[in-house]
Design a protein around this ligand. Structure first.
Ligand SMILES: [Zn+2]
Length: 442
């Protein structure tokens, strides 16, 4: 007989389920056993049914699904070259860093980046980096859920090759209690040959995994694709089958109507990164237009060199505001639409919507508690004036997240990361960043 597993009861919370009807209720409780959500109901009913081994009081807290970051890069070089022109910055910092990067630095980068993500309420990330076996180890240690798609190119010898991707798949796919998934990563059509696109597509099909790449990020991207292939980027990717429900395209800022139709018809997924798009002056993605066509869009931070933060609450606010600026109308984006992008729709973008993304019985328990007892989140209103979803999108900061549960395990409690010493993560990242910069500059 196995040991009966612990029951966690989260009680007295404002439950924001993010289910199909976007149901919410106050004085609510969620019961977690093993890695799953066992029950969701009013607190008084739950307390009659379950004793609970661990009780978490969520009074004045929103209890909601963990946020899902559908495009990020672990990194150590936050704050370098922030105000340089794009190509000067890429050639001074980003490419030289890729060239000299060591696996130990990737571990430090992923520990830093995933720790920050957890502290801001993110329970699942899609990360693209080099030496991602070390990212898998970092995610495994911290307890976050991660989909890893390495930077693969057959034109730039300082990125990973497809053999590296296959090895990562063999070693880490479905590791750490299935929290780590490995996908095929393609850096960009710019440096991936048509042969590589075909190889990755066939491999992804054979092993039923996803594919992740950057596309249509800037006008320059579009012009280059026309020059290289006589086509726009997404038309080119379509020719080689890099489309479909298992494909996540980061950015999609500059899309023609034909390209939007390609995305819609093939049910391809989009990772929208509004902060990075603004910072790099890429442009404004037509997200309200994509959403009207039922295209599945998730939210991404992009890397810390592109957006300086893994706080998805910040990304939610910018996504909503930028969508409105694009359409010049407040009805272009609403808080509940954006919150769906960051939770249940993000899960669908990653093909994980049967497992995570909402608080529903039977789903895996990826849950966060957000402390609403804050000056900047007052008043909390119910009934016709219910404003908790508004608060979560327009006013909450990552630092308001109080407790984080991933796969039924408490990975942060009262803002303390449970499995690592946060100060050591900072020290290691600091040391590694300085050492990496020293090598870049010599
Ligand atoms: Zn990116």
């Amino acid at each position: 007989m196995g040991k009966i597993s612990e029951i966690i009861v989260i009680k007295n919370g404002i439950i924001v389920t993010m289910d199909k009807e976007l149901n919410w209720f106050r004085d609510g409780a969620v019961v977690v056993q093993n890695n799953k959500i066992l029950d969701v109901d009013k607190t008084r009913k739950i307390l009659k049914k379950y004793k609970g081994d661990i009780i978490i009081d969520a009074k004045n807290k929103a209890v909601m699904p963990g946020l899902i970051n559908t495009h990020m890069h672990s990194g150590l070089l936050r704050g370098t070259g922030d105000d340089l022109p794009l190509y000067e910055w890429l050639s001074k910092y980003v490419h030289p860093a890729h060239k000299v990067l060591k696996p130990a630095e990737v571990y430090a980068a992923s520990m830093l980046s995933y720790s920050e993500a957890i502290k801001c309420g993110t329970t699942c990330v899609l990360d693209m980096h080099r030496f991602m076996d070390r990212s898998a180890d970092a995610a495994g240690k911290l307890g976050i859920r991660a989909v890893l798609a390495p930077y693969v190119s057959d034109q730039l010898d300082y990125l990973e090759n497809f053999e590296d991707n296959k090895r990562l798949m063999r070693e880490k796919h479905r590791s750490f209690e299935d929290r780590i998934h490995v996908w095929c990563g393609l850096h960009s059509f710019r440096d991936c040959s048509p042969e590589l696109l075909i190889e990755a597509r066939e491999y992804a099909r054979k092993y039923k995994v996803g594919l992740h790449t950057h596309s249509n990020e800037s006008i320059d991207d579009v012009e280059l694709a026309k020059k290289m292939y006589g086509k726009r980027p997404l038309e080119h990717l379509f020719d080689y089958g890099i489309v479909g429900p298992n494909v996540v395209l980061a950015h999609c800022v500059w899309l023609s109507n034909t390209e939007i139709e390609i995305i819609r018809k093939t049910n391809t997924r989009v990772a929208h990164c509004p902060v990075a798009n603004m910072k790099l002056a890429d442009g404004i993605a037509a997200i309200p237009k994509l959403l009207k066509k039922q295209i599945k869009v998730g939210l991404g931070s992009d890397g810390t060199v592109e957006s300086n933060s893994f706080d998805l609450f910040q990304v939610m606010k910018f996504a909503t505001l930028l969508g409105r600026v694009h359409e010049l109308g407040t009805n272009a984006m609403s808080a509940d639409v954006t919150l769906k992008m960051a939770t249940v729709n993000g899960a669908e973008v990653l093909g994980l919507n049967n497992e995570v993304g909402s608080i529903e019985v039977g789903k895996k328990a990826d849950i966060i508690l957000v402390n609403l007892r804050r000056l900047h989140l007052t008043p909390i209103l119910y009934g016709d004036y219910f404003n908790v979803i508004s608060h979560l999108v327009y006013a909450t900061k990552g630092s308001d997240v109080d407790t984080v549960i991933v796969d039924g395990k408490i990975v942060m409690e009262n803002r303390i990361i449970k499995r690592v010493d946060e100060n050591k993560v900072i020290e290691k990242a600091q040391e590694n960043a300085i050492e990496l910069l020293r090598r870049i500059s010599t």
